[in-house]
Each structure stands twice: as structure tokens, then as C-alpha cells.
Design a protein around this ligand. Sequence first.
Ligand SMILES: NC(=O)c1ccc[n+]([C@@H]2O[C@H](COP(=O)([O-])OP(=O)(O)OC[C@H]3O[C@@H](n4cnc5c(N)ncnc54)[C@H](OP(=O)(O)O)[C@@H]3O)[C@@H](O)[C@H]2O)c1
Length: 242
Amino acid sequence: MPDPSSEAATETATVAVTGAGGSLGQALLRRWHGRGARLIALSHGSAPLDLQDRQGRPIPVEQVRWQVGEEAALESLLARVDVLVLNHGINVHGDCGADATACSLEVNALSSWRLLELFAAVAERRRGGRRAEVWVNTSEAEIQPALSPLYEISKRLLGQLLSLRAPELSRSLRLRRLVLGPFRSALNPIGVMDADWVAGQILRQADWNCSLIIVTPNPLTYLLMPLATLGRWAYTGLLRRP
Ligand SMILES: NC(=O)c1ccc[n+]([C@@H]2O[C@H](COP(=O)([O-])OP(=O)(O)OC[C@H]3O[C@@H](n4cnc5c(N)ncnc54)[C@H](OP(=O)(O)O)[C@@H]3O)[C@@H](O)[C@H]2O)c1
């Protein structure tokens, strides 16, 4: 049974999702629609998002274009967002060139970090209402091989930045880390899980009030990921200056 006091279960939330045009982005938007949320789809492309529910009825979505490097332009929009899902990502597979390196770091790690800081600053100025939440989709590649060096490096960086900044950011934001195993999408056409099922599991674990949300068939991740986050928390806690 979902916890009725759970923030994720609140029906009138305004939810913004980056990477909205992708498989998981669309699946999460559909799931949130099922809970009565107001939806904002953040897309870097110009193609209109045609989102439908299971009965084929159109789902109302406010679609907003954004670009990596221009996160500050989203400041006023973020002021009306309750749950921000940082979900955009790329996988350059075996490309280890300079352009692929810059692109992977910017898209997978630094843009999400900048949005996280911006959203925390906006949330801190907010008075009243529900506590703002941010869900950061880092991936199992944070701690496991993903057969893609730059994907692993950039996702690990994002995960480590989240761990480093969590103590401060969590003063104004509820942080949730999404650690997902392989699911089918343009980014991973041979993923074993279905994106819609993964989205359902994510919301279910949010209902359970989990901050670390893990959805994967790999049992090692359930063991290693909590240890990794605990280790980082202890290490940065020891070295952090007041
Ligand atoms: N598939 C897997 O096995 C797997 C496993 C673990 C974690 N993940 C993570 O889950 C998230 C969603 O991935 P997905 O599998 O659903 O892949 P996807 O279908 O390819 O969706 C990724 C979306 O990211 C956005 N994007 C791509 N390039 C971008 C850029 N240069 N700037 C800004 N946004 C860009 C695009 O959405 P817009 O066009 O709407 O901007 C794209 O549709 C990613 O962060 C991925 O790393 C995936």
C-alpha cells in the first residue's frame, strides 16, 4: 500500500522531466499523469511530444525546449516545479574522442549538476507549499561496467557530485537517486527490462519513501550501491570543512 503521506503520491504535483522524448522520460510522464500530476516535458529537440495514455487518449503536457549549457534559462520555470526528474542522457559507446568526451561530460554529468544547483537555489527561495524533490537518474554504470567507458565515467561523475553536494542540497530539496539496470530504449536497444515497467517500479519505491531507488535484475547492485553511497558519505564527511 502506498504511504498516503508520501510526497510522490501527492496528486497535484507539477513534475518536470528532462529527456522527456526518450523511452523512460515518456514512461515516467505517463505514470505521473496516472497520478493526476501536471506535466512539463523538457526536451532538447524540437519534435513535438505526442504522449498518449493506454487508451490512446492524448495526455496534456507543457513541452519546453532547453539546451545543455543554457540551464539558467529554466530558472523561472523551475519556480513552479515540485518534482524535477533529471533523466536526459547519451551513450557514445566505444567513441573515446575529444568531442565524445566533452559531450558525455556535459550531457550526462555537468548539465544535471547545474540544474540540481539551480533548482536548489530556487527551492530555497520558495515559501510554503510542498517540499521540492529532485530525482537524479545516474544508472547502474555509477558502480558497474556498462561496456562504454565515457558513459561510465560521466555517470560516475554525476553520482559522485550528487553524493558530494547532498548534505547541503538536501536542506532545500528532497533528493532521490535512481540507479537503473538495462532497459530497452534508443540508448540501449538490447536492454532486458521494459521502460514502462521500470517507471512503475521507480514510482513504487518513491511511494515507499526510498531515497536510493534501485531497479535492476543484477543482485550485486542492491549490495554495492548502498555501500558505495555510504562510503562516499563517510569520506566526504570526514574531509568536509564547516
Ligand atoms: N536504457 C538503459 O539501459 C539505461 C540504464 C540505466 C540508466 N539509463 C539512463 O536513463 C536515462 C533515460 O535513458 P533512455 O534509456 O530512456 O534513453 P533515450 O530513450 O535515448 O532517452 C534519452 C533522452 O535524453 C535526451 N537527450 C539526448 N541527447 C541530449 C542532449 N544532447 N542534450 C539534452 N538531452 C538529450 C533526449 O530527450 P529529448 O529529445 O526529449 O531532450 C533523449 O530522448 C538516461 O539518463 C540513461 O543514461 C538508461
